[in-house]
Design a protein around this ligand. Structure first.
Ligand code: IMP
Ligand code: MG
Length: 182
């Protein structure tokens, strides 16, 4: 049995390359919060389900500052390779961002709508600070402006799967990131 049920899947980023990107992101984030956090403070890390689960699991373990972890699940409808502009909350965080340092983790910035929506939503709730980190950035597909504080790497306009990214809920558990060759 092979996990590559589609011969359309082509290699894009290896697990080693992803680990290197995470190490670099982790170092930058650690350095910044080292300057920002007072001795009694922690960071509320908000993980976007389901795609960011592996990214968050790896990046969180690089952090050298105290965290609490919460999850949000959004949808922009559709299960194909295009997301619509209509973002809805399927599962909200259970911790109030008010007065907390909030760090949002998402695996990829595509149209930018998800992170724009989340950024606006959390900013309204008076966090002490709000930062966003994403492993991948697909700038060619951006539809709205969103300020992402930490980006792993820029990717081409390809539909990616693996390391949390899915195609119709498949392939999330692949160690590497691959692209769907059309
Ligand atoms: P947005 O378009 O920036 O709002 O991104 C919404 C979500 O679409 C991302 O968090 C991913 O879950 C998903 N997404 C964007 N690009 C890809 C891709 O290439 N493969 C799989 N999922 C993607
Ligand atoms: Mg996502």
């Amino acid at each position: 049995m092979t996990v590559f049920q589609e011969d359309r899947l082509k290699p894009y980023l290896t697990a080693d390359r992803i680990a290197a990107l995470n190490a670099d992101l982790g170092a930058r984030i650690n350095a910044d919060y080292d300057k920002v956090l007072k001795p009694d403070e922690q960071v509320l890390v908000v993980v976007t389900l389901r795609g960011a689960m592996f990214f968050a699991a790896d990046l969180l373990r690089q952090f050298r500052f105290p965290v609490t972890i919460d999850f949000v699940r959004l949808t922009s409808y559709g299960s194909g390779t295009k997301s619509s502009g209509n973002v809805r909350v399927l599962k909200d965080i259970e911790t109030s961002p008010e007065g907390r340092h909030v760090l949002v983790l998402d695996e990829i910035v595509d149209s930018g709508r998800t992170l724009q929506f989340l950024g606006n939503r959390f900013r309204e709730q008076n966090p002490k600070s709000l930062r966003i980190a994403a492993l991948l950035d697909k700038p060619s597909r951006r539809e709205v402006t969103v300020a992402v504080d930490y980006l792993g790497t820029t990717v081409e306009d390809k539909f990616l799967v693996g390391y949390g990214l899915d195609y119709g809920e498949k392939y999330r558990n692949l160690k590497d990131i691959l692209y769907l060759d059309s």
